[in-house]
Design a protein around this ligand. Structure first.
Ligand code: FAD
Length: 421
């Protein structure tokens, strides 16, 4: 096989955005994209599909239309990495050689971690906006439910778009409130976490909606099993002294957010950290052990909120750092950890969480106070952000993307891990 300049694994938000960012800067680069799917999903739209605002078709485009001209597409799954040989191994054993590798393979939705879940998903009132195509079933269930029990669950972190389980719930409650059924429906939010949302500045606004809709908030409650035909969900509660109990709850509908992990082929590769994610420097997104490897999006180990908004900032940073490394420039673009989570608290209003590393609040538009429900933020989500995704982010047009640069930054190398491998 011939060696390509840059090989990208994964053609979702991160893979396409970074390919475009690279070509916008250096059109002559030879790029290969490894991606098995023929469809590309705009996942942030699925909350709106589940709330009856968007048609699901708006969230799907043909991958081939999004891959920038000149990029070679290998329509296959990567099965492993041999970074010592600069090679990606495909499912059929074929090797793809690279000078620089970018991993953008997203994360794994671990449906099987909850016994009974995969068998009943999409039936028996069990739904999830996280599964491609299933947000339409969420909207069907919401419209059908007139009384009974509606459960919304959230697994332990990390998950992509940490606000999405709540968004599904608030939009459902808003529909039930407007149609006069909310008083006849017991709504519960069962989260494995100990807070409603990880960044305290946004919690008061969300708490107000928990009260307004009469939602029962169950903190520290982790979904561990589900019986679809029996309409029963089992939750585990762990106490401070380490003891735990399980409790069965009846439901008429349940929206499940599945546990999420690094993809298996990444987790088992030399690129991963202890937790399974591709181990990058959180500032430069360069691998900490293999200089010619980078990662962005949900698969990377950087402790930002796993969102498409994060990818929008990460893609130009990775592109800049790769090209500077190729051209022996010491300058590095540095990632602030920016990510964003537009919390759809009711139809027409959003609490727009935007923050970076350490929970630093990072508003993009100064006239939106993200800690308060806002109509402008809703218009942004409904009318602007899908356009921004398809026409700016995936095309390498970097409006309103901010990052700093440094000529002295050095990627930190964990010596112990280097010795171990
Ligand atoms: P993805 O876009 O998931 O792409 C990963 C790609 O890798 C896929 O195309 C996949 O097929 C490919 N792949 C997987 N395995 C392999 C393999 N073995 N070989 C080759 N390719 C492989 N973000 C926001 O910013 N705002 C929101 O409001 C928002 N809401 C969300 C709501 C929901 C319900 C969900 C599910 C997500 C939401 N997100 C939101 C998160 C956002 O969609 C993700 O963070 C973003 O898509 C991450 O981009 P990525 O490229 O890392 O992963």
């Amino acid at each position: 096989p011939t060696t390509r300049d840059v090989v990208i694994v994964g053609g979702g938000a991160g893979g396409i955005a970074v390919a475009s960012s690279l070509l916008a800067r250096e059109p002559s680069l030879a790029i290969t994209l490894i991606e098995p799917r023929s469809e590309h999903y705009y996942q942030p739209g699925w909350t709106m599909v589940g709330g009856g605002v968007f048609d699901n078709n708006l969230t799907i485009r043909d991958e081939i239309r999004l891959i920038p001209a000149g990029v070679r597409w290998i329509r296959a799954s990567a099965a492993g990495f041999e970074p010592q040989n600069n090679a990606v191994i495909l499912e059929d054993g074929e090797k793809v050689l690279y000078k620089t590798l970018i991993v953008a393979a997203g994360l794994k939705l671990d449906w099987k971690a909850i016994p009974g879940l995969s068998e009943t998903l999409g039936r028996n009132g069990v739904t999830s906006n996280y599964e491609p195509g299933l947000a339409t079933y969420t909207w069907e269930l919401v419209q059908r439910l007139k009384k009974g029990v509606a459960l919304f669950t959230q697994p332990p972190m990390p998950i992509k778009c940490a606000g999405a389980p709540q968004k599904a719930m608030y939009l459902s409650c808003d529909y039930w409130r407007r149609s006069g059924c909310l008083n006849h429906i017991n709504v519960e939010f069962n989260t494995a976490g100990n807070v409603l949302f990880g960044i305290p500045e946004y919690v008061p606004a969300l708490d107000a909606y928990i009260d307004k809709y009469g939602i029962e908030l169950g903190l520290g409650q982790n979904l561990v099993a589900i019986d679809g035909p029996g309409k029963t969900a089992t939750f585990e509660m762990v106490f401070d002294d380490g003891t735990s109990i399980t409790e069965d709850r009846h439901f008429d509908m349940i929206h499940v957010c599945p546990p999420q992990t690094a993809p298996d082929f990444v987790r088992s590769s030399p690129l991963s950290n202890e937790a399974g994610w591709v181990e990058v420097d959180p500032d430069t997104l360069q691998h900490v052990r293999y200089d010619n490897v980078y990662a962005l999006g949900d698969v990377c180990s950087a402790p930002n909120a796993k969102t498409a908004a994060a990818v929008r900032t990460q893609a130009p940073i990775v592109a800049t750092n790769i090209l500077n490394a190729i051209h022996h420039s010491p300058e590095r673009a540095l990632y602030s950890g920016y990510g964003s989570c537009p919390l759809t608290v009711e139809k027409g209003k959003i609490v727009l969480a935007e923050f970076g590393y350490g929970g630093k609040i990072m508003p993009t538009l100064p006239f939106i106070d993200g800690t308060k429900p806002s109509r402008i933020a809703w218009l942004l989500k409904e009318k602007m952000l899908p356009w921004v995704y398809w026409n700016l982010m995936l095309k390498g047009r970097e409006w309103l993307v901010k990052y700093e640069t440094s000529e002295t930054h050095r990627t930190a190398r964990p010596v112990a891990l280097l010795d171990k491998r």
